[in-house]
Design a binder for this molecule. Structure first.
Ligand SMILES: C[S@@+](CC[C@H](N)C(=O)[O-])C[C@H]1O[C@@H](n2cnc3c(N)ncnc32)[C@H](O)[C@@H]1O
Length: 327
């Protein structure tokens, strides 16, 4: 990041995602995280002529920017922008009259648009109001959380969602500031408190000292981790037989949840090891295609720093679900 206000359109793992989704002309797809519309543009190209893409984003501003951009490019396919949370995936599809779709993409996290826009308060690199909401129309801001949550709860969030070893000290410094009667309103005020809380030696290692706390607050403000598993279960329901699911994550907390959800959705044979053929019903709706997550090639990481930690997982809806024994 850090390249100023530029709205980066470089979609991460683009080729790999399109191949994983098996995009085909006339297909119906959902991009659950439209963002800057980078993946969406390539999907619209791949489903033309005649396909449909539903593009969801909870950020109304980003959605409008992507809509204008994509509609201006005149694809020979239908594009339906939806301002909503992908937690409502099934309801969104049903409301638009789609019972099944051929592929669904989740490119999780925040977009470059959100990170680079100084008004949004996502970045520790620019001073801004401490907001961090992806959907600015609702919910508590990061400033609301740091100024009102009990110190213990703040420490838990910073530790669990930021994997920050100095979480208790940082929460303690925030608590002390509050006791002294001061509210924390801007990203810079928070960064200065974090710098004061983290010991000098630790500040010299492991990147910017505020990185982990900012990640933690962003996840808490947007309830990011609570939404992923139920959304993937809805996606598995919504896919047509043979349909593909692609999920891109950017940190280990997300990737762990996605990996676990896919394993659960795949089910698993629980037959005794000696049995010549599977006789159990341990089969879920999906088959995981990527045993290990796909990661970007070196040249992509060189061109796009955001790709550095990206991981892509692909799964396919089974053609025929095995009949359950005894049913
Ligand atoms: C990483 S960006 C997507 C970038 C996009 N694939 C592209 O090529 O430009 C993630 C986007 O998903 C949105 N988002 C994150 N969580 C969401 C949720 N639960 N529901 C809807 N949109 C969400 C964010 O607002 C952000 O715009």
């Amino acid at each position: 990041m850090g390249d100023g206000m530029e709205f980066s359109h470089s979609p991460v793992l683009l080729k790999e995602t399109l191949a994983g989704l098996k995009v085909f002309p006339g297909g119906t797809y959902i991009d659950a995280t439209l963002g800057g519309g980078g993946h969406a543009g390539a999907i619209l190209q791949g489903i033309s002529p005649g396909g449909t893409l539903i593009g969801i984003d909870r950020d109304g501003e980003a959605l409008e920017a992507a809509r204008q951009n994509l509609e201006g490019r005149g694809f020979a396919a239908d594009f339906i922008p939806v301002w909503d949370n992908f937690a409502n995936l099934q309801g969104i599809a049903a409301g638009l009259g789609f019972g099944q779709v051929d592929g669904i993409l989740f490119d999780l996290g925040v977009s470059s648009y959100q990170l680079d826009n100084p008004d949004r308060g996502f970045t520790y690199q620019q001073d801004a109001p401490l907001d961090m909401r992806m959907d600015q129309a609702r919910g508590a801001t990061a400033a609301d959380l740091v100024n009102t949550l009990p110190e213990r709860e703040l420490a838990r969030i910073i530790k669990d969602y930021g994997e920050e070893r100095w979480a208790r000290r940082i929460a303690g410094f925030i608590g002390a500031r509050r006791q002294a009667g001061g509210r924390i309103e801007t990203t810079k005020e928070l960064v200065d408190l974090i710098k004061a809380a983290v010991p000098a030696r630790a500040r010299r290692e492991g990147g910017h000292p505020a990185r982990r706390t900012f990640q933690a607050l962003r996840i808490a403000v947007n309830e990011e981790l609570d939404i992923i598993t139920p959304a993937l279960f809805q996606a598995a329901q919504l896919l047509a037989p043979g349909g593909r699911l692609a999920v891109i994550t950017f940190h280990s907390l997300e990737d762990r949840l996605v990996k676990k959800a896919l394993i659960r959705l795949q089910g698993g044979c629980t037959c005794p090891p000696g049995l010549p053929e599977c006789a159990c019903s341990g089969q879920g709706p999906l088959r995981v295609i990527t045993r290990r997550p796909v990661t970007p090639a070196g040249d992509e990481v060189e061109k796009n720093n955001r790709a550095r930690s990206a991981k892509l997982r692909i799964a396919e809806k089974r053609q025929v679900l095995k009949e359950r024994m005894g049913e």
